[in-house]
Write a protein that binds this ligand. Sequence first.
Ligand code: UDP
Length: 319
Amino acid sequence: MKRVLITGAAGFLGSHLCDYFIKLGFQVIGMDNLITGNLKNIEHLFPLEHFEFHHHDVSTFVHIAGDLDYILHFASPASPIDYLKIPIETLKVGSLGTLNLLGLAKEKNARILVASTSEVYGDPLVHPQNEEYYGNVSPIGPRGVYDEAKRFMESITMAYHTHHGLDTRIVRIFNTYGSRMRLNDGRVVPAFMGQALRGEDLTVFGDGSQTRSFTYIDDQIEGIYRLLMSNYHLPVNIGNPDETTILEFAEEIIKLTGTDQKITFKPLPKDDPLQRQPDISRAKEILGWEPKVHRSEGLKKVYEYFQSLSSEELSKNHR
Ligand code: UDP
């Protein structure tokens, strides 16, 4: 039985990865320091013989007894308001955390996949973004703590690959949505859906002309798995190229939820990228991957998930 370590296991992507690898028959070791993760996301796995959980901060050091075949490093705050609240932790987990896990991968002779991000492209001057683009990032801006940590993550991962011959993978994840996103994490999908459910106006930042391209969780997880199982060491974009403006997106959510909410406009946060769309030619060619779930279908499923939360959770998570 293959053993996989998943960091950020109690988070959005990490918990879905745990489910996926358990289903495939892996022995899964989940690790999380729970600063943004929630044990509720993985409590259904606790009774399983093939799952174990370590409450641990990977930025300090990481030790795992026994063999390890794969490591997936998904621990990190991942929303702009979290970077502002916990900037140092964000920098540490992308840098020191990655360093510790690369060391562990070397010790165990394990393959390691690190979760990078479309944020390495910053506010892009090239559109759509392909993997050859170097990006346009402010190192000292509010998002710099995340963007630069992830850029360092890529850099040190490539160095371990070329210098130590480590078996590495780098995925650049574009905006992904699905169940288990924190309602109060500030990202646009839970923000708009929470507002619709509470009967509040939807808050569009700026004039809403900035664009994003949203990927459904199941597509994202499959892309990550295919990359892990490939033999490709350079970064690969995984995202859905279906691009929308945030204003159109807000109107789409209002229509989907059948509510009669209004839209109010708030200032655009500093360094908020004006456009984002993945070029997925590489993923198509190398992994034979492309997204399958249309936004209307994916959003419907996520709305059902948020609807299933209790009203107590809805109000508790109100910012
Ligand atoms: N956004 C918005 N209203 C909100 C939350 C976010 O208009 O209540 C905008 C935000 O300014 C950005 C886009 O939605 O342009 C996506 O934001 P998110 O934080 O989800 O992801 P990221 O900016 O990291 O892509």
